[in-house]
Design a protein around this ligand. Structure first.
Ligand SMILES: *Cc1c(COP(=O)(O)O)cnc(C)c1O
Length: 352
């Protein structure tokens, strides 16, 4: 694996951890003047991690650079991953695996109570089938340990057939390699903020597995930046997510072999946008998706970036004309086709 001497020493052994490259960074940091006008004149920017060259992009591309870097290092010939039916991670794991000449097994968990044909067959699922991934189903949605166990059994079967599987783990307790992708992103974003003369008051990000939130926060603090990072809960409540992010920061420190630069107070979470639950739209989600589209031409999804935008808009309004905020757009673009029914309902409600 090529070494990457570009990272400063304060990021520990980041440069020597195996990584493959799936996009040409940096992703754009763009101003959002029309949205800003709607929000009382704050200075607003969007970090476009939805704009990457592999299979519609998104935050999992950065995470997979490290997971599949490890897979390639172990000479794996297939990759296994588990997620919700409309998991963006699974779609991008399948694309990344193909780029590296590997196959992909995807276990789809029944995490979201939605049965319409669009949700089950379109969006990410359609892309996974185009990529020729093998799809397995898991009947439960809130059983991370059980889902991991079943994935382990599939890997065992594959080993029995002479294959060399690599499992991408999602549950806590595994080294969070994916979070390193967002330590890299912190370095990239800081460079853009400095170059653009942006003194940022807050960065707003979605907080799901926590790899994005923890990685970005950790990277910023390790590089000496004190800018607050606000996580918008998309999967579980703020209390449990706070513990998860703190744990994950400790685990990143271990991986990089440096002292954790993140304090307990640095971990900020907001679960006001989570209801009615993971993968389900609230009215505020629908409104934020349409606002993003109709002010800045952004495509936001119902599970992650739409809920995060709802939180971002409220923060921008609260800070007023003096505020400078960055929205991290983590992608999820193909999911809009899986949520066609819900989104048509939203369009009907809001007009247009
Ligand atoms: C997975 C995902 C998230 C959540 O990121 P985590 O690193 O799991 O917290 C946010 N946005 C999109 C589009 C995603 O696919």
């Amino acid at each position: 694996m090529k070494s990457q001497p570009e990272f400063p020493e304060s990021l520990g052994r980041l440069s020597s951890i195996p990584r493959v490259r799936f996009f040409d960074g940096p992703t754009p940091l763009e101003p959002m003047p029309n949205l800003a006008k709607r929000c009382g004149g704050a200075r607003l920017s969007v970090k476009r991690d939805d704009a990457m060259g592999m299979a519609f992009g998104g935050n999992k591309v950065r995470q997979l650079e490290f997971y599949l870097g490890a897979a390639a290092g172990q000479k794996a010939d297939c990759v296994l991953i588990t997620g919700a039916v409309q998991s963006n991670f699974a779609r991008l794991a399948a694309a990344g695996a193909r780029k590296l000449g590997m196959e992909c097994h995807i276990q789809l968990e029944e995490r979201v109570k939605k049965s319409d044909p669009g949700y089950r067959n379109s969006g990410n699922v359609l892309i996974e089938r185009l990529l020729g991934a093998t799809l397995h189903s898991f009947p439960e949605g809130e059983n991370e340990a059980g889902a991991d166990r079943r994935l382990g059994e599939i890997a065992e079967e594959l080993r029995g057939q002479g294959r060399r599987p690599y499992i991408i783990p999602l549950a806590p307790g595994h080294p969070p390699l994916g979070a390193l992708g967002y330590v890299v992103a912190a370095h990239e974003l800081l460079g853009q903020m400095v170059a653009g003369g942006l003194s940022v008051d807050e960065i707003v990000v979605p907080s799901g597995s926590g790899n994005t939130h923890a990685g970005l926060l950790f990277g910023l603090r390790a590089l000496g930046a004190k800018v607050p990072v606000r996580g918008i809960c998309v999967r579980r409540d703020a209390a449990s997510q706070t513990l998860r992010i703190r744990d994950r920061c400790q685990a990143i420190a271990k991986l990089l072999k440096i002292d954790a630069p993140v304090n307990d107070e640095d971990v900020i979470l907001d679960d006001a946008y989570l209801a009615p639950g993971y993968g389900l739209m609230a009215e505020s989600t629908a409104s934020a998706i349409l606002t993003g589209a109709r002010t800045e031409g952004l495509m936001l999804d119902p599970t992650y970036s739409g809920k995060t935008m709802a939180g971002f808009i409220d923060r921008a309004k609260a800070m007023g004309a003096e505020g400078t905020l960055v929205f991290l757009h983590t992608g999820g673009t193909p999911a809009i086709f899986a949520y066609e029914k819900d989104l048509l309902g939203a369009i009907e409600m809001y007009g247009g």
